[in-house]
Every structure is written in C-alpha cells, then in structure tokens.
Write a protein that binds this ligand. Structure first.
Ligand code: ZN
Length: 317
C-alpha cells in the first residue's frame, strides 16, 4: 500500500470497550493519538465501535481506507460481518497494532488469536495454546495446563531486546527500564508466525513466573504485518519514552514494513526510567498524585512512592 494524503500514513485507532474500569480506554486512546500525531507521519482517525452485543447495524468502517489499524479494544465478540472485514483487511496486507489488554479480547475468534499470537484472561486455558516465553535465549512453548494471563504490581521493569536488527528495534539499547506498568505473564496462544522482539523477566517476588516473558512481538497474518505490545496499562505506562518509541515505530512498521523514525536521545537506559510528563499528565489521576510514574533506582531495591492503584489480590488485566 502506498501512502497518499501528502504522504501521511492513514491510521484507524479503533476503541470502544474494555474489560473493566481499570482500563481507561478513552484516555489511553488520546495518549496514543498524541504520540502518533507528534511524529508528523500519521493521519489518525479515532473511531469508537459499539461494545460487544451492542447495535452494530450502523457501524461499518471502511477499513480498506486505512493502512494500519491500532486496536484499543477488549471485548468478547464482534458480529460476523465485522470480523470478516477485519480478517480480510489484515490478510490482504493491512497493518495491525495490538496494545496491552487488546490481547485479552475475542478469546473465541481463532483468526484474531492468530493475529495476536498470544493473549490472556477471558477464561483462556491451555485450549487457547501453550505458554510462550524465552528460555536460554530462545523462544519456547510450554504446554503446561492452566489459566492464561497474570501480572504483579505496577513497578518499573527492564525490557531486553531480542531482535536488535528488526526495524522497530534498530538503534535501541540492549536493555531499557520501562516506567511502572503491568508485566504481562503466562500469555497463551497459537504463537504462529511470531517473532519476539523484546522480553522482560517476570519476578517471582512480584507474583511473577521467573520466566522471560514476551513484551514486544511482530507477526504475519496472510500478507499483513502485526505489531503486538503487551505494555501500556495506563497513561503513566504510555508516557514511558520506551513505550512511546516502540509504539510509534511499530505503527509505522505495521503500515509500511519500514521504520524511518530516529530513537530519541531521551530514550531510557538500562537502569533509569525516562518518561514524558506532558503525556502522563493527560491522566487526571496523575495530577491528583494517584498515578505517578515514579523514578526509582531498581539497583537500590526501591519500592514505588505511590502504591499501584490496584495492588491486586485478584489481578485484573
Ligand atoms: Zn492493564
């Protein structure tokens, strides 16, 4: 697909539902739009779909107008006609970007689970596919039975590059400290045509698996390219310059197969978080002091100054 409209890449940012109030999708859509807009590369259209089970009779987006769909949507189902349009869009060469809890969506839609590779929650079990993680430097699948999807408290954690030569990763450090976020673990799925670009170690001291869990992935589905980031629970997590950069690059790559964006000089280093105050401050909770990205020195075993908003006896996605 060739960009038109002055060379801008046409992006459909599609939202409309989340699994619960812990994901403020209206806000995270605005943060993602701001991040895409400031690159000058994208013409972003935000579209809000009905919630699952709602009236889809007037919801007929012309997907073929866009080069890439950024999906910020977590619901159980869509009508067959929309699913079919969506599958056709991606399989015929459209780009797809899957952000955080979007990989919780649609557990019963096989094509969607092939596009995302792995997902969690929504009653997924081993029937959804094996667990996928890195062991001894390699991606492995683990058929152990059990639930899918878990995370601990929102702390900063280190993201480790696994495919330094991929266009999305080129020029990024070998490891960087991500701002406080949910570190997704025990995700399951078919994992077909999936390349894991980056992992993070899931710490048993924070309800983790002790595995190096996939954080950033690329997949192919037919002729379509998919970029899947498990990062980005909230505006604070998305204000991380590591999230922002990989997201901006992932959207460009999913649309065109190339990345023309430079790595910002403010990119986080192996031990220090780097985030954008203006993006974090789009969240009213941040301005109330309830959802601050906290700079900590992980080497000093620091705990966050502000407790996570849900410390999770029963973790939500
Ligand atoms: Zn979340």
């Amino acid at each position: 697909m060739v960009p038109i409209h002055g060379g801008m890449i046409r992006v459909l940012l599609l939202d409309g539902q989340s699994g619960g109030p812990y994901h403020n999708w209206k806000l995270t859509t605005q943060v993602m739009k701001a991040e895409l807009d400031e690159t000058g590369l994208f013409e972003v259209t935000v579209m809000t779909a009905p919630a699952s089970g709602g009236d889809f009779s007037d919801f007929k987006p012309k997907l073929s107008h866009y080069q890439v769909i950024v999906l910020n949507y977590d619901g159980p189902s869509w009508p067959e006609a929309l699913r079919s349009d969506f599958e056709k869009f991606v399989s015929s060469g459209g780009g797809l970007v899957v952000v955080h809890a979007t990989d919780n969506a649609f557990p019963d839609w096989p094509a969607f689970n092939l596009m995302t590779g792995i997902g969690g929650w929504r009653n997924r079990t081993e029937a959804a596919g094996p667990l996928w993680y890195f062991k001894d430097g390699k991606l492995v699948s683990d058929p152990s039975p059990g639930k899918a999807g878990s995370h601990g408290a929102r702390l900063p954690f280190q993201v480790v590059t696994r495919e330094a030569d991929h266009p999305i990763m080129k020029g990024l450090p070998a490891a960087w400290m991500h701002a406080p976020d949910e570190l997704y673990a025990t995700l399951r799925g078919p994992g077909k045509n999936m390349t894991v670009l980056a992992t993070a170690h899931s710490d048993p001291k924070n309800k983790g698996t002790d595995h190096d869990e996939p954080m950033l992935m690329v997949l192919s589905y037919g002729s379509g390219r998919v970029f899947h980031t498990t990062l980005g629970h909230d505006a604070a997590a998305m204000s991380c310059i590591g999230f922002m950069t990989t997201f901006q690059r992932g959207v460009e790559w999913a649309a065109t197969g190339k990345v023309t964006q430079k790595v910002p000089t403010t990119f986080p280093t192996a031990n220090d978080v780097s985030f954008r105050v203006d993006l974090a401050a789009m969240d009213p909770a941040y301005l109330n002091g309830a959802s601050s990205p906290v700079i900590v020195q992980p080497s000093r075993q620091a705990s966050p100054v502000h407790p996570p908003m849900h410390t999770a006896t029963a973790p939500k996605p």
